[in-house]
Design a binder for this molecule. Structure first.
Ligand code: SF4
Length: 332
């Protein structure tokens, strides 16, 4: 599934990525099974593009983000950044990659050291990478704070003195300090109030335009990613089940799982009627995923074939991919 229809060149290429965690038991820590957190995920992110990655909790989306950055080593598959295999990077090249790829975490409070001032938090990477020290670093941090809507008044304050939205702005200032090209936004707005979410999303969009950034924007809510994403990929139990341009996905969702998620998005007009499709049950365990199509245990239109055969990814429209045997069937 590629981004070639967007007309952008790929900055990041993820191919057949797998992350299986061993389950150990007993005094000898014997491996008794595997958690298939991510099971063959492929996508591209173009220059200046945002790919939204959506799915319920436990579907593997955060693991995808962390594997890309090599915060965890994937079990299989490849990640190419700027044309180079991330797994093969060593020494200088790896350090350079770490500057160019950054992450913004979900919980800005626990991801910011409570004993460090804002100046130290945002400026730390500038020191580590030998970019700026002393007064020069202070000046750079001031500029970064202004970029994210804070000011020099905040330099000597500590994380607990800020609201959730402001703390996330500090996290963003830290992420852009090294002038990256690509940022994983890992549930970056999920812990915030709706009005603050919109402000942070608008800030990310502004920074993207200004710095030509690319984002992998991870969220569990389709409504949140709509405004920021160029394309959206929907994940279910370690796999991408649908991927399309943002417009195509919201106008004509194809996979039954996407259709269920879409029907749960609240409509602002209280008089407008919307048929909500209730998604029964929880996401099954990734230790022993259901046979055939992983979604068959919850799919409202599942048939016998779905329990036996895993559906392949099929292009259902230009640049619009879905993995379902019966994408045309209505859900009543
Ligand atoms: Fe539902 Fe079958 Fe399509 Fe899976 S393949 S989403 S079970 S209809």
């Amino acid at each position: 599934m590629s981004s070639e229809n967007t007309g952008r060149s790929a900055l990041l290429e993820v191919s057949d990525l797998k992350m299986h965690f061993p389950i150990k038991k007993g005094v000898f820590s014997k491996t008794v099974g595997w958690v298939q957190a991510v099971d063959g995920v492929s996508f591209e992110v173009g220059e200046g593009e945002t790919l939204g990655l959506v799915g319920e909790s436990g579907c593997g989306k955060t693991t995808v983000g962390r594997s890309i950055l090599r915060l965890i080593e994937p079990t299989a598959g490849t990640v190419h950044f700027e044309g180079k295999d991330v797994a093969q990077m060593r020494g200088k090249e790896l350090r350079r990659m770490r500057r160019r790829m950054q992450i913004i975490f979900q919980d800005p409070y626990s991801s910011l050291n409570p004993r460090m001032t804002v100046e130290s938090i945002v400026g730390e990477a500038l020191t580590i990478h030998g970019i700026a020290q002393g007064e020069e670093r202070r000046q750079r941090v001031r500029e970064l704070l202004e970029k994210v809507g804070l000011s020099k008044r905040h330099l000597n304050r500590y994380p607990h003195e800020f609201s959730g939205g402001q703390r996330q702005r500090i996290g963003i200032a830290r992420a852009i300090a090294l002038e990256p090209r690509f940022i994983v936004c890992d549930e970056a707005v999920s812990a915030l109030d709706v009005s603050i979410q919109a402000q942070i999303i608008n800030l990310l969009i502004e920074l993207q335009r200004e710095m030509n950034l690319s984002y992998l924007f991870i969220a569990h809510d389709l409504a949140v990613v709509e405004h920021i994403s160029t394309r959206v990929a929907v994940m279910y139990l370690g796999e991408i089940v649908e991927m399309a341009s943002s417009r195509d996905l919201y106008e004509s969702p194809t996979h039954p799982y996407t259709r269920c998620l879409m029907s749960a998005i609240p409509v602002p007009d209280p008089t407008a009627k919307k048929d909500r499709i209730v998604l029964e049950g929880d996401v099954p365990s990734p230790i022993n995923p259901p046979s055939g199509c992983h979604f068959h245990t919850r799919c409202p239109i599942a048939q016998d074939r779905c329990r036996q055969e895993a559906p392949p990814q099929v292009e259902v429209g230009s640049g619009h991919w879905a993995a379902c045997h019966f994408p045309e069937d209505p859900i009543s």
